[in-house]
Ligand binder design. Sequence first.
Ligand code: PLP
Length: 391
Amino acid sequence: MPKIVEAFSRIGEENAFAVLARATQLQAQGRDVINLGIGQPDFATPEHIVEAAIKALRDGHHGYTPATGILPLREAICRDVARRLNVEVSPDAVMVMPGGKVTMFAAILMFGEPGAEILYPDPGFPIYRSMIEFTGAKPVPVPIREENGFAFSAQETLSLINERTRLVILNSPANPTGGVTPKAEIDALVAGLAAHPDVAILSDEIYGSMTYDGEPHVSLLSYPEIRDRLIWLDGASKTYAMTGWRLGWSVWPPAFYEAARKLAVNSFSCVNAATQRAGIAALDGPQDCVATMMTAFDARRKLVVEGLNALPGIRCRMPKGAFYAFPNIRATGWKAKPLASALLEKAGVAVIGGPDFGIHGEGYLRLSYAASQDAISTALRRMGDFLESET
Ligand code: PLP
């Protein structure tokens, strides 16, 4: 029997997909399941973006494109960065990849190897740790704490850097907590990183357009002193409700760009041409679709947090970004994963247990509020009934 290489025994999973599969299975058996598990907007991609893709196909954009992405899209990305973040970026620094996931894989492959250490947020997007382990590097979790508003702490991050550290991964606004790291903390982190010039930085800002109550999103791109070692990640999945299109983009410093381009040539060749044209329509087109989505998310955010705080033993902070609530469930007496599983099997509500996002996720659940207000209200009622019947 052929044997696959050992690295695959270290690769992990994103449990949200397993929960989705189980929820779908239960639904196929006739059960009524509300899915607050999966992290994707429940909106359709805006019509003008879909039309741009159809037009691109009709216009004959069927072939390979440059591995880094077509120039008009890279230029549109630069305009978006200038508009939103007030930062000038050259199209020659931009890479278009099939999703933020592929971007982070490229970055982690570039710095992960046995003997290396990579810092990542915990709780955090589970793929960071999985990919770090795949490379043979040592994953070093940076605790993301509720008492710190689920922001990352500069001091704690810096204290974990040593001579083996090759890459630090940051994520704000954050999955799974909805935390947004304030400027003062980022200032302190960037200042501290000056003492570690050999450490690269991956800033995952896929939720950068998704903050509430006027909370500013502070981008790592706006710090010129780290630009020569910063990989900045964004994409269309969340902002434009385009998860299935597979379109991510990133800004790379000159020293890493050629390696990223070669990885693209050796793996996916390019993002499909019609999707890239749709990306131009998304970035250059009217942005009211984003505002409309954010207004809906904001109303649901308030509904879900208020509802969670009314449940016995549950306490939930108001998330400042993304579309996740991360309630503390310790006072219910439940561990997070058994509670998530019982809620799915017995109450028909799919949520994710905090430990699926790292060891510091115990005691929490993640609820994605990318669902209708009716669905959220029903889910909260079911959760309340379940918790009351169990105590
Ligand atoms: N980064 C974070 C923090 C995410 O939550 C996700 C998706 O859930 C991604 C990146 C990847 O998104 P995509 O690969 O769809 O661009």
